[in-house]
Design a protein around this ligand. Sequence first.
Ligand SMILES: C[S@@+](CC[C@H](N)C(=O)[O-])C[C@H]1O[C@@H](n2cnc3c(N)ncnc32)[C@H](O)[C@@H]1O
Length: 286
Amino acid sequence: MDLLAPAPGECFLDGTAGAGGHSEAIAQRIGPGGVLVSADGDPSMLRIAAARLAPYPWVRMVHADFSDLDRLCEAADGRPFDGVLLDLGISSVQLDDPERGFTFREDGPLDMRRDTGSDDATAADIVRYTRENELADIIYQFGEERFSRRIAARIVEQRRSTPIETTGQLARLVSSAIPRKGWPRDIHPATRTFQALRIAVNRELESIAAFLERIPGHLAPGGRVGVISFHSLEDRLVKVAFRSAAAGDEATLKVVTKKPVGPGNEETRENPRARSARFRVARRID
Ligand SMILES: C[S@@+](CC[C@H](N)C(=O)[O-])C[C@H]1O[C@@H](n2cnc3c(N)ncnc32)[C@H](O)[C@@H]1O
């Protein structure tokens, strides 16, 4: 909040409403004279956020992808934003629900779609229909998993006899494809493969890239944009986009955080999932 500095009467966008924690903090600061557009691509999260934000009638809830900036700006009556926040990835509510298929800790359907009401392919569809080479590329690029080829080969071998439809099945299969001495020390061996599938299912990097390209045009002079990312693929996109928008004579942004801001010790102790968070902020040049 210090870096985004929401002030009374300002117009803000929270592109990742989640359970509404950040939106509530912003809504309190901009007050009844301001406008906050609070968006999420997952209708079930939007309902949770809407309940929390009910006491702040200046908040407008929108079911949308955060890259759909024209629609989000329309929800603010066409006003450019004084501040924009993205807190990427999925929330604990989504992660901890085995029915959503994001977690390997409990067995559930291999879904992973942000919006379970959409017609998009699920993780089970990707695992079932994608060619071996392409599957290996997804796991390598989006999961940064060095055993991607072995994992893809094992998936293809397995699916010939039995469809892979649950998170438990996939987690066991991935673990068995990675040699014991290659298992990561502090995370489950299937973590990277699950991350890769989630990114592929929801086309996460495409949304982030589209958002970053368009956001300077939707900021008011002096407007701030902040992005919290949770892994290096996301953080790299943000870093490169901010730097390139801040370079040259036609620069539109100024980078506010020279280095990304991470959580303090106390925050990590209270919420270990925050440990890999990196926050970068830039400001629209007048
Ligand atoms: C880490 S959570 C946000 C938590 C939130 N800041 C809070 O205070 O509770 C990320 C949220 O963003 C949503 N999300 C992720 N990518 C999105 C996208 N491209 N468009 C819209 N919503 C997205 C997810 O559905 C999830 O609810």
